[in-house]
Design a protein around this ligand. Structure first.
Ligand SMILES: *Cc1c(COP(=O)(O)O)cnc(C)c1O
Length: 241
């Protein structure tokens, strides 16, 4: 399948799901997860109109963003090691994977030193999957309280990854839970709606469910670019390099 055909099909599916959910087109962003994908194929996708790309390895992102068009919007989606933060800069539009305090502290510190305001999402492990990064639900409020004193890190919402072995209804439950957490934080006045609306959830397997449950960003890779090989796959949530 060509990237173009894939994108057309995905777009049709998205349009249907958005209509079904009564949502406006503008309320969803597609993050094309381009990890392991060559610069040539990313550029092909760019020429088909895609602008947001998600990478999970800092060095790979660094190489790619230098050669690809300047109006690509780069998102970091994988587990981020604190010693890799120094390679990131203002060309990163959003970090989806803020998942622990020492990363928050590191981002804030580097942000202050280099005058960068990082935009991030807080990763929550709603599936309580031990293999997955992310805060426990009970930790979220305390974490956000701490984050408020970190003036160089803005948290724009929440992100989650479903469990690999979950069925559709269970997965839907995880996505719904993430939305409820966001809504509760807003209702309690911890964040304002306009500052904390993003929900990054849904991958190739489950993006339509995520849209129905209110995702504002879906992160899809293999249904656009084709399967990655399993060797790359094993790294997907970890930025060890
Ligand atoms: C790889 C990855 C994706 C995309 O996965 P696909 O199944 O190829 O759509 C999304 N989110 C994260 C965090 C990833 O690591």
């Amino acid at each position: 399948m060509s990237i173009e055909k894939n994108l057309i099909e995905i777009q049709q599916n998205i349009t249907k799901a958005m209509e079904k959910a009564g949502r406006s087109k503008e309320s969803l962003k597609i993050v094309a997860v381009s990890k392991t994908v060559s610069e040539e194929r990313i550029l092909e996708t760019y020429h088909l109109g895609q602008r947001i790309f998600g990478e999970n390895r800092v060095q790979e992102w660094d190489r790619k963003h230098r050669v690809l068009p300047a109006d690509c919007e780069w998102h970091i989606i994988g587990r981020l090691q604190t010693n890799k933060v120094k390679y990131l800069d203002q060309h990163v539009a959003l970090i989806h994977s803020l998942d622990r305090l020492n990363l928050l502290t590191k981002l804030d510190q580097e942000g202050k030193e280099r005058n960068i305001l990082w935009k991030t999402l807080l990763q929550v492990n709603v599936a309580e999957d031990e293999a997955k990064a992310g805060l426990e639900i009970e930790e979220v409020e305390d974490f956000l309280e701490t984050a408020k004193s970190c003036s160089n890190v803005k948290i724009k919402g929440l992100m989650t990854i479903g469990a690999l072995d979950a069925g559709p209804e269970e997965t839907r439950g995880f996505f719904r839970k993430l939305r409820e957490i966001r809504d509760t934080l807003i209702r309690k006045g911890i964040y304002k709606r306009e500052d904390f609306w993003e929900l990054s959830m849904g991958m190739s397997q489950d993006y339509l469910l995520a849209i129905e449950e209110g995702a504002t960003m879906i992160r899809i890779g293999s249904i656009i670019f084709g399967q990655r090989n399993s060797n790359d796959e094993s790294n997907e949530n970890f930025l060890e390099q």
